[in-house]
Design a protein around this ligand. Structure first.
Ligand SMILES: Cc1cc2nc3c(=O)[nH]c(=O)nc-3n(C[C@H](O)[C@H](O)[C@H](O)COP(=O)(O)OP(=O)(O)OC[C@H]3O[C@@H](n4cnc5c(N)ncnc54)[C@H](O)[C@@H]3O)c2cc1C
Length: 388
């Protein structure tokens, strides 16, 4: 075990600099400031306005579980269980609501082909112990009266909830400030090293000293300045387009989070209806496309033909931080004092509580929680002597 993995870092309350002010960086900053650490979170832009702003806010550990991702499902499921306490603490510290909704999530099949897929997913997810309820077409339409009359069948996952991720961002900023943490926006930060360990971060000509630097720069994490080549996280942008429509909140067209075959659909308390999301490998191109918007509208329209009447309010483009194995990158690196909290891909809102707990516990106690062992940054390193 290297020094960086067994230390209490810089005493009980090390000085911490966090690079990146999305939900992950803000959340870690908040928790450490609460524990009494001097913390500064740096964002090169407006904090929280990248992937964390573009997201759908689903806490969908259940219906997103896929074969081959059983280990990741354990982490997602643990985080899902942490969400209620995380929510109450965040709301109490910030004095803000975060739009948590617990109506549950419905997965629907519209055709016979969809039905085969639906049955397969239902059986697989139940085999993991996820509580699901099979719904006939009639029962599905009783719960969602505007669902397409041709709906074949559905299943319901009462444990998959949602938050309003934009409200989470605002609450985290407030909670960080109230706990004594500092947020510096429009401050692009690079890692500053001295004597083989971190010395702080560099913002232009200024060096901000810190005992611990956390890289939480989302899809940009690989390009953070000053990172030695061997610890650069293999993270790339996985582009997603998402739409905001406007419903009548008194008579909402959609009542639960819905997973339709070609789009997911998320109703917010205030009447906004989100339709997401495309998955594209297009680098950091911020321009929405006709094809992306068309496929989302069509996917939603097949499930809810009534969306034709709704106003289209916003088209969002965001960049999921996708790692080489699509799993997060969490914990200490071989550089003393340098910690990674990135690569959360399509689940960064869901994985927020477990990430905050694991990273802050490591920084405060020097212990890597067993839950994040499988996600250590060094798992991508080639074995000594040259592997394949
Ligand atoms: C369309 C879409 C839908 C999604 N839906 C969901 C969902 O329903 N549920 C879910 O759990 N997840 C969802 N996700 C994934 C989730 O949004 C991300 O995993 C999560 O927001 C990542 O948070 P982050 O803080 O790591 O990154 P970001 O929110 O991208 O924040 C990174 C920040 O780092 C800053 N930065 C970069 N470089 C530097 C630097 N050198 N110095 C200072 N600052 C820097 C950036 O300005 C940015 O603000 C979705 C993502 C997208 C795109």
């Amino acid at each position: 075990m290297s020094v960086s993995q067994s230390m209490p870092l810089g005493g009980d309350c090390p000085r911490v600099a966090v690079i990146g002010g999305g939900v992950i960086g803000l959340g870690i900053g908040w928790r450490l400031a609460r524990a009494g650490c001097p913390v500064t979170v740096f964002d090169r832009d407006e904090a929280g306005h990248s992937a964390s702003w573009a997201a759908g806010g689903m806490l969908a550990a259940g219906v997103e579980a896929e074969p081959g991702e059983e280990v990741l499902w354990n982490l997602a499921s643990r985080s899902q269980h942490l969400w209620p306490d995380f929510r109450y603490a965040l709301q109490a510290d910030s004095g803000r609501d975060i739009g948590y909704r617990d109506e549950g999530t419905m997965v629907v099949a519209l055709t016979r082909d969809d039905l085969e897929q639906l049955r397969f997913n239902y059986e697989f997810q139940r085999s993991l112990g996820i509580e699901l309820e099979w719904l006939s077409s009639t029962e599905a339409r009783r719960r969602e009266p505007y669902l397409n009359t041709g709906t074949a069948a559905a299943y319901f996952c009462k444990g998959d909830h949602q938050v309003d991720n934009r409200q989470v961002v605002e609450a985290l900023k407030k909670a960080l400030a109230k706990a004594g943490g500092v947020l510096r926006e429009r401050a692009e930060a690079a890692v500053e090293l001295a004597g083989g360990r971190v010395a702080g971060v560099r913002i232009g000509d200024e060096v901000h000293k810190a005992d611990v630097v956390v890289v939480a720069a989302g899809a940009w994490s690989r390009g953070v300045g000053g990172l030695p080549e061997e610890v650069r996280p293999p993270v790339r942008p996985v582009r997603g387009q998402l739409l905001y429509l406007r419903m009548n909140p008194a008579e909402p067209l959609v009542r639960h989070v819905i997973w339709a075959p070609k789009a997911y659909i998320i109703p917010r308390k205030d009447g906004r209806l989100l339709i997401g999301a495309t998955t594209e490998e297009r680098g950091f191109d911020t321009r929405p496309t006709a094809g992306g918007v068309f496929s989302l509208l069509e996917g939603c329209w097949r499930a809810f033909p009534g969306i034709e009447e709704l106003v289209l309010e916003e088209i969002v483009v965001g960049f999921r931080p996708g790692s080489r194995d699509d799993a997060p990158i969490l914990g200490p690196t071989s550089v003393e004092g340098l910690v990674m909290a990135t690569g959360h891909h399509r689940n960064g809102i869901l994985l927020l509580p477990v990430t905050v707990e694991a990273i802050s516990r490591f920084i405060l106690k020097g212990k890597v929680m067993p839950e994040i062992e499988a996600y250590r940054p060094d798992r991508f390193r080639k074995p000594a002597g040259g592997g394949p």
